[in-house]
Design a protein around this ligand. Structure first.
Ligand code: DON
Length: 307
Protein backbone atom coordinates (compact mmCIF):
# COMPACT_ATOMS: atom_id res chain seq x y z
CA UNK A 1 0.00 0.00 0.00
CA UNK A 2 1.25 3.47 -0.85
CA UNK A 3 2.44 5.75 1.98
CA UNK A 4 -0.30 7.29 4.14
CA UNK A 5 0.10 10.84 2.89
CA UNK A 6 -0.17 9.65 -0.70
CA UNK A 7 -3.45 7.87 0.14
CA UNK A 8 -4.88 10.87 2.00
CA UNK A 9 -3.89 13.21 -0.84
CA UNK A 10 -5.34 10.90 -3.46
CA UNK A 11 -8.69 10.58 -1.66
CA UNK A 12 -9.00 14.33 -1.14
CA UNK A 13 -8.05 15.09 -4.71
CA UNK A 14 -10.45 12.52 -6.17
CA UNK A 15 -13.23 13.79 -3.97
CA UNK A 16 -12.65 17.33 -5.21
CA UNK A 17 -12.39 16.16 -8.81
CA UNK A 18 -15.61 14.10 -8.89
CA UNK A 19 -17.86 15.93 -6.41
CA UNK A 20 -19.07 18.22 -9.18
CA UNK A 21 -19.90 15.43 -11.66
CA UNK A 22 -23.61 15.64 -12.49
CA UNK A 23 -24.39 12.44 -14.46
CA UNK A 24 -26.63 9.58 -13.37
CA UNK A 25 -30.01 9.18 -11.66
CA UNK A 26 -31.04 8.14 -8.18
CA UNK A 27 -32.91 4.81 -7.99
CA UNK A 28 -36.63 5.47 -7.60
CA UNK A 29 -38.15 1.99 -7.92
CA UNK A 30 -37.62 1.92 -4.14
CA UNK A 31 -39.34 5.28 -3.57
CA UNK A 32 -37.48 6.14 -0.37
CA UNK A 33 -34.11 6.00 -2.20
CA UNK A 34 -35.19 8.87 -4.46
CA UNK A 35 -35.26 11.09 -1.36
CA UNK A 36 -31.50 10.76 -0.84
CA UNK A 37 -29.12 13.70 -1.21
CA UNK A 38 -27.70 13.53 -4.77
CA UNK A 39 -24.75 15.76 -3.81
CA UNK A 40 -23.49 13.73 -0.84
CA UNK A 41 -20.22 12.05 -1.85
CA UNK A 42 -17.89 10.15 0.44
CA UNK A 43 -14.80 7.98 -0.04
CA UNK A 44 -13.11 5.75 2.57
CA UNK A 45 -10.15 3.38 2.48
CA UNK A 46 -9.12 1.00 5.27
CA UNK A 47 -5.65 -0.55 5.28
CA UNK A 48 -4.67 -3.97 6.61
CA UNK A 49 -3.41 -2.39 9.83
CA UNK A 50 -6.89 -0.95 10.44
CA UNK A 51 -6.05 2.63 9.53
CA UNK A 52 -8.96 4.55 7.98
CA UNK A 53 -8.51 7.30 5.40
CA UNK A 54 -11.52 9.26 4.18
CA UNK A 55 -12.77 12.31 2.31
CA UNK A 56 -16.18 13.96 2.01
CA UNK A 57 -19.40 12.41 3.36
CA UNK A 58 -17.74 9.20 4.53
CA UNK A 59 -19.85 9.22 7.73
CA UNK A 60 -23.22 9.70 6.03
CA UNK A 61 -25.50 6.70 6.65
CA UNK A 62 -27.32 4.93 3.80
CA UNK A 63 -28.68 1.45 3.18
CA UNK A 64 -26.47 -1.37 1.95
CA UNK A 65 -28.83 -2.74 -0.73
CA UNK A 66 -26.79 -5.07 -2.99
CA UNK A 67 -23.55 -4.31 -1.17
CA UNK A 68 -24.98 -6.66 1.49
CA UNK A 69 -24.95 -9.62 -0.93
CA UNK A 70 -21.28 -10.70 -0.75
CA UNK A 71 -21.40 -10.62 3.06
CA UNK A 72 -24.53 -12.76 3.29
CA UNK A 73 -22.95 -15.11 0.74
CA UNK A 74 -19.99 -15.28 3.16
CA UNK A 75 -22.39 -16.18 5.98
CA UNK A 76 -24.02 -18.94 3.91
CA UNK A 77 -20.60 -20.30 2.89
CA UNK A 78 -19.41 -20.25 6.51
CA UNK A 79 -22.54 -22.03 7.70
CA UNK A 80 -22.97 -24.63 4.95
CA UNK A 81 -19.71 -24.80 2.98
CA UNK A 82 -19.11 -24.16 -0.72
CA UNK A 83 -20.41 -27.51 -1.98
CA UNK A 84 -23.82 -27.19 -0.32
CA UNK A 85 -24.21 -23.50 -1.21
CA UNK A 86 -23.26 -24.33 -4.81
CA UNK A 87 -26.12 -26.83 -5.01
CA UNK A 88 -28.45 -23.82 -4.75
CA UNK A 89 -26.65 -20.91 -6.38
CA UNK A 90 -24.02 -20.80 -9.15
CA UNK A 91 -20.82 -18.82 -9.61
CA UNK A 92 -20.98 -17.72 -13.24
CA UNK A 93 -21.42 -14.15 -14.50
CA UNK A 94 -24.99 -13.78 -15.75
CA UNK A 95 -24.28 -11.04 -18.28
CA UNK A 96 -27.67 -9.65 -17.28
CA UNK A 97 -29.13 -6.89 -15.13
CA UNK A 98 -29.29 -7.28 -11.34
CA UNK A 99 -33.05 -7.98 -11.36
CA UNK A 100 -33.12 -10.43 -14.30
CA UNK A 101 -34.81 -13.81 -14.12
CA UNK A 102 -31.74 -15.92 -13.52
CA UNK A 103 -32.20 -19.68 -13.84
CA UNK A 104 -29.32 -21.69 -15.31
CA UNK A 105 -30.78 -23.97 -18.01
CA UNK A 106 -28.98 -27.12 -16.82
CA UNK A 107 -29.21 -26.76 -13.03
CA UNK A 108 -32.17 -24.39 -12.52
CA UNK A 109 -30.02 -22.37 -10.08
CA UNK A 110 -29.61 -18.60 -10.25
CA UNK A 111 -26.32 -17.80 -12.01
CA UNK A 112 -24.61 -16.25 -8.99
CA UNK A 113 -25.18 -14.78 -5.52
CA UNK A 114 -24.72 -11.17 -6.65
CA UNK A 115 -27.87 -10.88 -8.81
CA UNK A 116 -31.16 -10.51 -6.93
CA UNK A 117 -32.40 -14.04 -7.68
CA UNK A 118 -29.17 -15.58 -6.36
CA UNK A 119 -29.09 -13.27 -3.35
CA UNK A 120 -32.66 -14.21 -2.38
CA UNK A 121 -31.64 -17.89 -2.49
CA UNK A 122 -28.46 -17.16 -0.52
CA UNK A 123 -30.41 -15.37 2.20
CA UNK A 124 -32.86 -18.28 2.29
CA UNK A 125 -29.94 -20.63 3.06
CA UNK A 126 -29.24 -18.85 6.35
CA UNK A 127 -30.83 -21.06 9.05
CA UNK A 128 -34.05 -19.59 10.51
CA UNK A 129 -34.37 -20.86 14.07
CA UNK A 130 -36.57 -19.76 16.95
CA UNK A 131 -33.47 -19.01 19.02
CA UNK A 132 -31.70 -17.17 16.17
CA UNK A 133 -34.04 -16.00 13.38
CA UNK A 134 -32.39 -15.71 9.95
CA UNK A 135 -32.37 -11.93 9.96
CA UNK A 136 -30.76 -11.82 13.41
CA UNK A 137 -27.93 -13.98 12.03
CA UNK A 138 -27.63 -11.76 8.95
CA UNK A 139 -27.51 -8.53 10.97
CA UNK A 140 -25.02 -9.99 13.40
CA UNK A 141 -22.75 -11.09 10.54
CA UNK A 142 -22.95 -7.73 8.73
CA UNK A 143 -22.18 -6.00 12.05
CA UNK A 144 -19.12 -8.16 12.68
CA UNK A 145 -17.83 -7.33 9.20
CA UNK A 146 -18.34 -3.62 9.99
CA UNK A 147 -16.94 -3.88 13.51
CA UNK A 148 -19.94 -2.19 15.09
CA UNK A 149 -23.63 -2.87 15.65
CA UNK A 150 -25.55 -1.88 12.49
CA UNK A 151 -29.30 -1.27 12.34
CA UNK A 152 -32.17 -1.21 9.83
CA UNK A 153 -33.56 1.87 8.12
CA UNK A 154 -37.22 1.02 8.67
CA UNK A 155 -38.45 3.60 6.13
CA UNK A 156 -36.35 2.09 3.34
CA UNK A 157 -37.37 -1.43 4.42
CA UNK A 158 -41.08 -0.53 4.26
CA UNK A 159 -40.57 1.32 0.99
CA UNK A 160 -39.06 -1.74 -0.69
CA UNK A 161 -41.45 -4.20 1.00
CA UNK A 162 -44.44 -2.25 -0.35
CA UNK A 163 -43.13 -2.01 -3.93
CA UNK A 164 -40.89 -5.08 -4.36
CA UNK A 165 -43.18 -7.24 -6.48
CA UNK A 166 -40.45 -8.12 -8.95
CA UNK A 167 -38.34 -9.69 -6.19
CA UNK A 168 -41.43 -11.50 -4.87
CA UNK A 169 -42.08 -12.78 -8.40
CA UNK A 170 -38.46 -13.98 -8.66
CA UNK A 171 -38.82 -15.79 -5.32
CA UNK A 172 -42.02 -17.56 -6.41
CA UNK A 173 -40.40 -18.55 -9.70
CA UNK A 174 -37.40 -19.95 -7.85
CA UNK A 175 -39.70 -21.83 -5.49
CA UNK A 176 -41.58 -23.30 -8.47
CA UNK A 177 -38.35 -24.69 -9.93
CA UNK A 178 -37.25 -26.20 -6.60
CA UNK A 179 -34.44 -23.67 -6.12
CA UNK A 180 -35.70 -21.88 -3.04
CA UNK A 181 -35.54 -23.93 0.16
CA UNK A 182 -38.03 -21.81 2.16
CA UNK A 183 -41.33 -19.94 1.81
CA UNK A 184 -40.94 -17.13 -0.81
CA UNK A 185 -42.62 -14.48 1.35
CA UNK A 186 -40.31 -15.15 4.30
CA UNK A 187 -37.22 -15.29 2.06
CA UNK A 188 -37.96 -11.96 0.43
CA UNK A 189 -38.83 -10.29 3.72
CA UNK A 190 -35.45 -11.24 5.21
CA UNK A 191 -33.76 -10.12 1.98
CA UNK A 192 -35.52 -6.72 2.06
CA UNK A 193 -34.42 -6.21 5.67
CA UNK A 194 -30.85 -7.15 4.76
CA UNK A 195 -30.89 -4.60 1.92
CA UNK A 196 -32.17 -1.92 4.35
CA UNK A 197 -29.31 -2.34 6.84
CA UNK A 198 -27.77 1.07 7.35
CA UNK A 199 -24.05 1.87 7.26
CA UNK A 200 -21.56 4.55 6.18
CA UNK A 201 -18.78 4.55 3.59
CA UNK A 202 -16.31 4.06 6.46
CA UNK A 203 -18.27 0.98 7.61
CA UNK A 204 -18.29 -0.36 4.07
CA UNK A 205 -14.55 0.17 3.72
CA UNK A 206 -14.02 -1.82 6.95
CA UNK A 207 -16.30 -4.57 5.61
CA UNK A 208 -14.37 -4.72 2.32
CA UNK A 209 -11.07 -4.62 4.21
CA UNK A 210 -12.21 -7.61 6.29
CA UNK A 211 -12.61 -9.63 3.10
CA UNK A 212 -9.26 -8.34 1.80
CA UNK A 213 -7.67 -9.28 5.13
CA UNK A 214 -8.60 -12.96 4.83
CA UNK A 215 -11.80 -12.66 6.89
CA UNK A 216 -10.20 -10.91 9.89
CA UNK A 217 -11.60 -7.45 10.65
CA UNK A 218 -8.47 -5.23 10.61
CA UNK A 219 -10.03 -2.75 13.06
CA UNK A 220 -11.45 -5.11 15.72
CA UNK A 221 -9.12 -8.05 15.11
CA UNK A 222 -12.12 -10.42 15.08
CA UNK A 223 -12.09 -13.40 12.71
CA UNK A 224 -15.44 -12.98 10.96
CA UNK A 225 -15.06 -15.71 8.32
CA UNK A 226 -12.25 -18.06 7.32
CA UNK A 227 -9.56 -17.10 4.80
CA UNK A 228 -11.05 -19.70 2.47
CA UNK A 229 -14.53 -18.13 2.60
CA UNK A 230 -13.09 -14.61 2.14
CA UNK A 231 -11.26 -15.82 -0.98
CA UNK A 232 -14.43 -17.46 -2.32
CA UNK A 233 -16.44 -14.27 -1.82
CA UNK A 234 -13.78 -12.05 -3.45
CA UNK A 235 -13.69 -14.42 -6.43
CA UNK A 236 -17.42 -14.07 -7.03
CA UNK A 237 -17.20 -10.29 -6.54
CA UNK A 238 -14.46 -10.18 -9.20
CA UNK A 239 -16.48 -12.12 -11.77
CA UNK A 240 -20.08 -11.12 -10.94
CA UNK A 241 -20.10 -8.16 -8.52
CA UNK A 242 -20.87 -5.52 -11.13
CA UNK A 243 -23.53 -7.59 -12.98
CA UNK A 244 -23.35 -7.13 -16.76
CA UNK A 245 -20.55 -4.59 -16.33
CA UNK A 246 -18.31 -7.04 -14.41
CA UNK A 247 -15.93 -7.86 -17.26
CA UNK A 248 -15.42 -4.25 -18.24
CA UNK A 249 -14.89 -3.29 -14.58
CA UNK A 250 -12.26 -5.98 -13.98
CA UNK A 251 -10.54 -5.05 -17.23
CA UNK A 252 -10.35 -1.35 -16.43
CA UNK A 253 -10.20 -1.20 -12.63
CA UNK A 254 -8.85 -4.65 -11.74
CA UNK A 255 -10.46 -5.01 -8.29
CA UNK A 256 -13.19 -7.30 -6.90
CA UNK A 257 -16.14 -4.98 -6.28
CA UNK A 258 -19.83 -4.73 -5.45
CA UNK A 259 -22.31 -1.98 -6.26
CA UNK A 260 -25.66 -1.11 -4.67
CA UNK A 261 -28.61 0.97 -5.86
CA UNK A 262 -28.53 3.21 -2.81
CA UNK A 263 -25.19 4.55 -4.08
CA UNK A 264 -22.71 2.42 -2.14
CA UNK A 265 -19.78 0.80 -3.92
CA UNK A 266 -17.04 -1.36 -2.40
CA UNK A 267 -13.79 -2.65 -3.85
CA UNK A 268 -11.12 -4.81 -2.25
CA UNK A 269 -7.40 -5.14 -2.86
CA UNK A 270 -6.59 -8.60 -1.46
CA UNK A 271 -4.06 -8.33 1.38
CA UNK A 272 -3.88 -4.56 0.76
CA UNK A 273 -7.04 -2.51 1.49
CA UNK A 274 -10.82 -2.15 1.52
CA UNK A 275 -12.33 0.78 -0.32
CA UNK A 276 -15.84 2.25 -0.39
CA UNK A 277 -17.67 5.20 -1.89
CA UNK A 278 -21.10 6.70 -1.43
CA UNK A 279 -22.91 8.84 -3.99
CA UNK A 280 -26.48 8.15 -5.09
CA UNK A 281 -26.76 9.04 -8.81
CA UNK A 282 -26.40 5.75 -10.75
CA UNK A 283 -25.48 4.66 -14.27
CA UNK A 284 -27.52 2.20 -16.35
CA UNK A 285 -26.01 -0.84 -14.58
CA UNK A 286 -27.07 0.49 -11.16
CA UNK A 287 -23.57 1.65 -10.19
CA UNK A 288 -22.75 4.99 -8.57
CA UNK A 289 -21.41 7.30 -11.28
CA UNK A 290 -19.07 9.25 -8.97
CA UNK A 291 -18.09 6.09 -7.10
CA UNK A 292 -16.99 4.15 -10.16
CA UNK A 293 -15.15 7.16 -11.58
CA UNK A 294 -13.33 7.75 -8.29
CA UNK A 295 -12.41 4.09 -7.70
CA UNK A 296 -11.27 3.71 -11.31
CA UNK A 297 -9.07 6.80 -11.03
CA UNK A 298 -7.70 5.71 -7.64
CA UNK A 299 -6.81 2.29 -9.03
CA UNK A 300 -4.89 3.95 -11.86
CA UNK A 301 -3.20 6.55 -9.66
CA UNK A 302 -2.06 4.18 -6.90
CA UNK A 303 -1.46 1.17 -9.18
CA UNK A 304 -4.14 -0.99 -7.56
CA UNK A 305 -5.11 -3.06 -10.61
CA UNK A 306 -4.53 -6.75 -9.94
CA UNK A 307 -1.73 -6.77 -12.50
O1 DON B 1 -33.47 -6.07 -4.60
C1 DON B 1 -33.31 -4.91 -5.00
O2 DON B 1 -33.71 -4.54 -6.09
C2 DON B 1 -32.56 -3.95 -4.10
N1 DON B 1 -32.92 -4.17 -2.73
C3 DON B 1 -31.08 -4.11 -4.27
C4 DON B 1 -30.62 -4.02 -5.71
C5 DON B 1 -29.27 -3.43 -5.89
O3 DON B 1 -28.72 -2.80 -5.01
C6 DON B 1 -28.66 -3.55 -7.25
N2 DON B 1 -27.32 -3.02 -7.31
N3 DON B 1 -26.83 -2.16 -7.93
Amino acid sequence: MAASEAVTDALRELHARYAGVRGGRRADYIPQLARSDPDAFGIALVSMDGHCYSAGAADAAFTLQSVSKPFVYALALSTLGLDEVSRWVGAEPSGEAFNAISLEPRTGRPANAMVNAGAIVTTALVPDRAAVPAFTAVLSCLSRFAGRRLDVDEDVYRSEASTGDRNRALAYLLRSTGTLPVDPVAAVDTYFRQCAVRATAVDLAVMAATLAHGGVNPVTGETVVSTEVAAQVLSVMATCGMYDASGEWLLRVGLPAKSGVSGGLIAAGPARFGLATYSTPLDAAGTSVRGSAAIGALSERLGLHLM
